[in-house]
Ligand binder design. Structure first.
Ligand SMILES: Cc1cc2nc3c(=O)[nH]c(=O)nc-3n(C[C@H](O)[C@H](O)[C@H](O)COP(=O)(O)OP(=O)(O)OC[C@H]3O[C@@H](n4cnc5c(N)ncnc54)[C@H](O)[C@@H]3O)c2cc1C
Length: 465
């Protein structure tokens, strides 16, 4: 009963989907018909009247997320408070045969939290936002997955902790559940700790049948929440990046680390890609892994960030529990950079620090300046980064001439999971007006399909499932 939008390669369906958004007419009729009334009545019996709505004004606020996509109005939106309520909602969906989509903060840049098929309901998870347990013993935190990252971060900081990957750049709107279901993998901490999926110890999930399961050590009667792979395979893994298709993640137990006491911010530019790539290998092989190794990929990105010529530049953030360790790591990393021909333009470290401190406002700042951002993020091996940048610049700037058409294009990249692997982030900024949005949507979807075919891009939260 849990549904997902279709494959982006099916262009005809895409057009049909965009056309199905009708604020009046069909959807208006829908919301009055007998079936919807029955659905709403039954949902109200589960969660109470005040947490179900089929009111058109309410429903309209659920037809968009942060992508250029638009969805039809859902029949109803329901806001459960407990796992038991989610289970009952899914059982009802099976009995009455209506579709269910799940939504967290609705910040997905790929049409994630939208009800793309008619006669669907949306489960809005944001009322399930309790921080259930901070375990000093297991160095873990257990949350209801509707909690927003910024709330969680604030609470954990009071105890001197954070999750080693502490949220996407949309942390002021995104929920933990949405990030797990999308396998969010930029930004903070991804180089050292991996993405959201690497933070998971155990999950509680309501399957499409309404059955509730627990994963890892928590699946055993007295196991508790301390180990991910127990009692069989990595069952949590099935739900990470699944966009809510395989079940509603209701609780998550995540790793914790202590807040750092020493920080270093280093910026370095390389004239040639080869030097920059060798630099990453040097860092990985010598195990001088920083908290964050971010790449300004390509001449254009380097020029706009630092005003100098270079094929790539790096923002390196060290966060340690000890000043001496931070000093030694800094010395080593600077010496590797120098050996390989890297240079340090004036003021670059300050710029890197400013960039890091603004982690949850960067994209929003860009959006304020240039309009909405269509994200086309995906994963690639490090070696493919120069080709990916070239392809992206060719596609957006030369083929589609986006800048001449009033849009803005930029790229970013993180080295991830202590591996020669990257999250690569092309952004297309556009004014959110119907005509421009339509153009941006076509360019954006075309790009994702192109990148997959052209150089083996692996999207992680595009909604291609
Ligand atoms: C300004 C901005 C910055 C961003 N920065 C980043 C970034 O740095 N890194 C990154 O990866 N992404 C980023 N994103 C994209 C998006 O914000 C993240 O992927 C975020 O994790 C989505 O969380 P959400 O709660 O908004 O999910 P939603 O958009 O509500 O939902 C996303 C998907 O998860 C499913 N889902 C939601 N909750 C559950 C649940 N409890 N159980 C099962 N399925 C569920 C939904 O069905 C949907 O498929 C950014 C977006 C914006 C607008």
């Amino acid at each position: 009963m849990l549904w997902r939008r279709h494959n982006i390669f099916e262009k005809d369906k895409l057009n049909k989907r965009v056309m199905t958004y009708q604020p009046t007419g069909e959807n208006m009729k829908n919301s009055n018909d007998k079936f919807v009334t029955e659905v709403v009545e039954n949902l109200s019996k589960i969660v109470g009247k005040e947490r179900v709505t089929s009111n058109l004004i309410d429903l309209h606020s659920y037809v968009r997320d942060a992508s250029p996509l638009e969805a039809p109005l859902p029949m109803a939106v329901v806001k459960p408070l407990t796992t038991e309520e989610v289970s009952k909602i899914l059982k009802l969906a099976n009995e009455m045969k209506f579709r269910v989509f799940v939504r967290g903060g609705g910040t997905s840049a790929g049409g994630g939290g939208l009800a793309f098929m008619e006669n669907s309901i949306l489960i809005d998870m944001t009322a399930m936002n309790k921080i259930l347990e901070i375990s000093e013993a297991n160095m873990s935190v257990t949350v209801q997955t509707g909690v927003i990252w910024s709330t969680l971060n604030k609470e954990l900081a009071k105890h001197g902790y954070r999750v080693p990957f502490w949220g996407p750049e949309s942390a002021y709107g995104a929920t933990v559940g949405g990030s797990l279901a999308l396998a969010s993998m930029s930004s903070q901490g991804v180089t050292e700790a991996g993405g959201t999926y690497n933070q998971v110890i155990t999950l509680e999930v309501v399957l499409p049948t309404g059955e509730v399961i627990r994963t890892g050590s928590d699946s055993l009667p007295n196991g508790g929440r301390f180990a991910r792979v127990c009692n069989g395979g990595d069952y949590a893994g099935i739900f990470l990046g699944s966009m809510g298709v395989f079940g509603v993640i209701t609780e998550a137990t995540l790793k914790l680390e202590c807040l750092p006491t020493a920080q270093k911010c280093i910026g370095v530019v390389f004239k040639k890609w080869k030097q920059g790539i060798d630099f990453v290998y040097k860092i990985l092989r010598s195990k001088t892994i920083p908290k964050s190794l971010n790449i300004n990929p390509g001449m254009r990105a380097v020029k706009s960030s630092y005003g100098v010529e270079g094929e790539c530049a790096f923002r390196i953030i060290l966060e340690e529990m000890n000043e001496k360790i931070a000093d030694i790591k800094e010395q080593l990393i600077r010496s590797y950079a120098k050996e390989l021909g890297g240079f340090f333009p004036d003021g670059i470290d300050e710029k890197v620090k400013e960039w890091w401190d603004g982690m949850f406002f960067r994209l929003v700042k860009g959006e304020k300046k240039y309009g909405f951002a269509a994200h086309a993020c995906h994963r690639i091996p490090l070696q493919k980064l120069p080709i990916a940048v070239k392809e992206a610049e060719h596609y957006f700037l030369e083929v589609h001439r986006v800048e001449e058409r009033g849009m803005h294009f930029s790229v970013g990249c993180y080295v991830s999971e202590q591996r020669p692997a990257c999250g690569f982030y092309p952004f297309l900024y556009y004014r959110d007006e119907p005509e421009t949005r339509k153009i941006a949507l076509e360019i954006w979807e075309g790009w994702i399909a192109h990148a997959i075919k052209a150089y083996g891009a692996c999207p992680y939260w595009m909604g291609i499932v």
